[in-house]
Write a protein that binds this ligand. Sequence first.
Ligand SMILES: Cc1cc2nc3c(=O)[nH]c(=O)nc-3n(C[C@H](O)[C@H](O)[C@H](O)COP(=O)(O)OP(=O)(O)OC[C@H]3O[C@@H](n4cnc5c(N)ncnc54)[C@H](O)[C@@H]3O)c2cc1C
Length: 387
Amino acid sequence: MDFQFTPIQKLVQKSVRRFSQEVLAVVAPHLDKEHKTHPKEVIDQLAAQHLYGIQVPEAYEGAGLDSISYCLAIEEISKACAATGLMVTVHNSVVALPISVFGSEDQKKKYLADLASGRKIGAFSITEPNAGSDVSGMQTVAVKDGNEYVINGKKCFVTNGAIAETMIVGATIDRKAGNKGVALFLVEKAFPGVSVGKIERKMGMRANPVSELFFDNVRVPKENVLGKESEGFRLSMKILDMGRIGIAAQALGIGMAAFEAAAKYATERKQFNQPIGKFQAIQFKLAEMKANLESARYLIYKAADLKDHDLPFSEASAMAKYVSAENAMKVCTDAMQIFGGYGYVEELPVERYFRDCKITQIYEGTSEIMQIIIGTAILKEFSGGFI
Ligand SMILES: Cc1cc2nc3c(=O)[nH]c(=O)nc-3n(C[C@H](O)[C@H](O)[C@H](O)COP(=O)(O)OP(=O)(O)OC[C@H]3O[C@@H](n4cnc5c(N)ncnc54)[C@H](O)[C@@H]3O)c2cc1C
């Protein structure tokens, strides 16, 4: 076991940190206040930093880096601007990476380089108004017609929905087959019949245009099925296993931003003629915040390391996401408490960290669903596979 970063991982951390603090931290408060989608300059600058295909092989214009480097990048981006972290992590780990891992050679040639270079933005769309945690309940249907599938239905809460041009979309091809009747399709926004619905007004992550998507007789070539037709549900679960490592790193980044702001404030803010950090009540809060973030960090690196060694990482990724999201939310709450009334007003960024952090306990599987995944793995282990 090696707790040291490689020279490449250190370089990624340093360069993404510098870029994120110089560029993203500056625009983040304005984008948040105005509910404004990322301007094209920011999207292009992320491309110049090679942040759209972090784990995609160089042959497809990716950076070809490992999962720990990916986590370091997402943490630094999210620390500066969580909404940018959301755009980048969804694009990378539930769109570009799955095409790289599960896509056919033709799919990779057609879609991957555009995604990895940032020429096109990606989205992953399985949630529907009546199918959230229960993915298998999706009502969007795909009916085979010759060499094409015809998709009809409605999706909601699609991260990058309004800006994405390449999307992975889940649809039911055989309702009677249950989970085996779900397929994943590569759908282009430009295909006739695809349209963007309402863009959500949100508590946090405001710079990300999370939207509805409508599919009205959208004809998709059968070559655009990702993996096998009957594998959509299984692949979705595997894709989310990969995605959750990124969401965990995002939660860690937001928590780190809140912790560092609170620690600095504790040394500067004076009450009763001394810095508030001198009060044990504040020191204990800071100590707990740091310990909680460090424990999340090592669960994230463990999940990433298992993934990079091609070992099972589903439970580890659920634990990383569960602990990181829960701990980061607690850290943001404590940071706001340390800031007192100033934590609650918009002039300082702590209230934004608090608002942005909440969703990490919900998307890509709620904390309750993470507990179910971990609990199921425990029962399987201790029953010898009989439960
Ligand atoms: C900002 C944002 C971005 C998103 N981005 C995407 C995206 O890019 N792509 C996409 O497909 N989806 C996306 N989502 C959807 C997100 O993944 C879902 O909201 C999430 O999975 C929960 O589904 P739900 O909202 O329908 O809640 P529900 O599934 O209705 O859950 C409601 C509550 O019931 C609990 N619950 C449900 N089932 C169980 C159970 N079996 N046991 C115990 N408790 C249970 C949940 O934990 C939760 O507390 C996004 C959502 C938001 C808000």
